[in-house]
Ligand binder design. Structure first.
Ligand code: ADP
Ligand code: MG
Length: 576
């Protein structure tokens, strides 16, 4: 439990002043509280002298007031800090998550991440706030009560603390079981979140394949297992508290009996006897709270471990400590002996390729031949297994990825639009883009006329809370987004596949204008798209099997020539 607190040290340290103040309130509150039974003793023992009794009664009221005031501030300050830490931790978690590599997201379920960012974060806050606060509060109450009791009658005090070892043992044993079961429950909650998230994302698929019943059944099973796990936890917790209370009850009896005898024998005063019982009463709540606190701490540390799993995940691609600045980028690209292996054989194998600044390279090839892999290397979505990618002769791994990526307009094969306006989506990542710039980018991407038809023009909401764009409209939005940045290098990964041939030609003409003097990599299946390129390469199983201009490749009579032939035939058939 304490070693997991170690990892939030930096957050605790940030609020050290507040914690010191809250801690002071805690100590004062406990002191005021611990002195109360002493005043009760004084009052009881001075029943006969009225003035002393009134004085003790006055002290008692004063102490109660002080206790109340300090308790209030203790809670406000310490619980407030736990909220602040939660805030910091949530921000750090989010900042960390958006830096993690695509590879991390490929092996982690979204629902699992969501569960950790909500449920687990909450458990951590409960540990750092109420958990730690009550831990110290009850410990101090214990120490003070026992110290005072020992001074009055150490023999009786021994009887009073008799259950302590048994309580510790129970706390340790039960604590471990609670921790394990809670960990189990949080893992299951992750499963459920993931299931829900996947189902909601794939809801069309589920309906199309009539899987509603099956999915409901599977969800119900998961849900049932989750409840069963929770009941297992409730069972140990349910056992824990009565056990503590029984221990305390027995101690009460012993103290009453032994203490009563002491009074009868005249060894202690009636006031001391009442005082002992008051202390015992005072210790009941801490002992019960201890069970609850142990619970909070165990849950919190289980959850903190789960959050730490994310925080310890290294972003695989980060700026090197001695990053080189690119300066003014010309746009010379070179792949040198590049091999990429995802773990099941090479997806790219010894690629050697130069794309001189200001030229357009087209890449064609079957699906799975490695085209996307090739272009993903340039903005460093991942790094090659061996070999190097160079921009203007500089290995891209030596550059700060942020600087590198600002030079590249990247339109990935699968586009993603945010729940924002269409203008917001186009201007994504470009602060202070003017409406005029946005409109121009939309025009060049062949999207402007579509947008005019939208209910609110450029201010139309798209995505989850707005209109649904067609595949072609999404692609063109992504193109406009890339063009707005006026990048030195433009990468279109099959970015026109959902656009009809006419629109495509219009877009390409615009692009040719805008991209003059810039480097373009164009992946496409359509010969009509790639024929104008300065150079064309054909990829096959991760290797370049043909390279040259359109005319050269047609003359060579390989894959490209066949593709060209086929598409020309198709066009002729269409025109008939
Ligand atoms: P293309 O874009 O030409 O269709 P890709 O570059 O997407 O080809 O894929 C090349 C090969 O690498 C394929 O066999 C594909 O299954 C594999 N591959 C692509 N991305 C990953 C990945 N993230 N993890 C594992 N294998 C991958
Ligand atoms: Mg691809």
């Amino acid at each position: 439990m304490w070693e997991s607190l170690h990892t939030v040290r930096k957050y605790l340290w940030r609020y050290r002043r507040g914690m010191a103040l809250g801690g002071l309130c805690l100590v004062m509150k406990d002191l005021a509280q611990a002195l109360q039974p002493l005043m009760i003793r004084g009052a009881v023992d001075s029943f006969r002298s009225g003035s002393a009794f009134v004085r003790f009664a006055g002290y008692l009221v004063g102490l109660a007031l002080l206790k109340g005031i300090f308790q209030y501030w203790m809670r406000v300050i310490l619980i407030g800090i736990s909220r602040d830490i939660e805030f910091d931790l949530r921000n750090d978690l989010f900042a960390h998550l958006i830096r993690l590599s695509p590879e991390y997201y490929a092996r982690t379920r979204t629902g699992d991440i969501m569960a950790r960012a909500t449920n687990d974060l909450n458990a951590v806050r409960m540990m750092l706030g109420p958990g730690v606060m009550y831990w110290f509060e009850t410990s101090l109450t214990f120490i003070l009560a026992i110290a005072i009791m020992t001074r009055v009658d150490w023999r009786l005090a021994i009887f009073a603390v008799m259950p302590a070892p048994a309580v510790s043992l129970a706390v340790i044993l039960f604590g471990r079981v609670i921790h394990d079961r809670f960990e189990n429950i949080q893992a299951m909650f992750s499963d459920i979140s993931s299931r829900v998230q996947e189902n909601l994302s794939g809801v069309r698929m589920i309906r199309a394949f009539v899987q509603e019943k099956a999915e409901m059944r599977r969800f119900e099973e998961l849900n049932r297992a989750y409840i069963a796990q929770n009941l297992r936890l409730v069972r140990v917790q349910g056992l824990f508290q009565p056990l503590l209370e029984a221990l305390i009850g027995v101690t009460f009896l012993v103290v009453l009996w032994v203490g009563g005898q002491q009074v009868l024998a005249g060894r202690i005063s009636v006031g001391s006897f009442v005082m002992f019982n008051t202390y015992m009463g005072m210790l009941v709540w801490p002992m019960i709270a201890l069970g609850w606190v142990v619970n909070l701490m165990q849950r919190g540390s289980a959850s903190l471990q789960r959050i730490n799993d994310i925080l310890h995940e290294q972003p695989s691609i980060a700026a090197p400590p001695d990053a080189v600045s690119l300066g003014a980028v010309r746009g010379d690209i070179e792949f040198r002996e590049v091999t990429v292996d995802y773990g099941s054989g090479p997806a790219l194998n010894g690629i050697d390729l130069r794309i001189p600044a200001g030229t357009t390279l087209a890449v064609v090839g079957h699906t799975g031949s490695g085209k996307s892999t090739l272009v993903n290397l340039l903005p460093r979505l991942f790094d090659p297994t061996s070999g190097a990618v160079l921009l203007d002769g500089i290995d891209v791994r030596r550059v700060d990825p942020a600087e590198l990526r600002r030079q590249i307009g990247f339109v990935p094969q699968e586009t993603f639009l945010f729940s924002a306006t269409i203008a917001g989506n186009i201007a994504f990542g470009v602060e202070g883009a003017t409406p005029e710039q946005i409109r121009r980018a939309a025009e060049m991407a062949g999207l402007a006329s579509d947008i005019e038809g939208f209910p609110m023009g450029f201010d139309t909401q798209v995505g989850e809370r707005g209109i649904t764009l067609s595949g072609g409209q999404k692609q063109r939005t992504a193109i406009a987004r890339a063009l707005l940045r006026e990048p030195r290098i433009l990468i279109l990964d099959d970015a026109l596949s959902a656009v009809d041939t006419l629109t495509e030609e219009r877009i390409l003409t615009h692009l040719a204008d805008m991209m003059r003097g810039r480097t373009v990599i164009l992946i496409s299946h359509r010969v009509s798209t790639v024929r104008q390129a300065d150079a064309i390469v054909v990829l096959e199983r991760g290797e370049i099997v043909e390279r040259g201009t359109h005319e050269e490749l047609v003359a060579a009579g390989g894959y490209y020539a066949a593709l060209s032939q086929k598409q020309m035939l198709e066009e002729e058939l269409e025109s008939i």
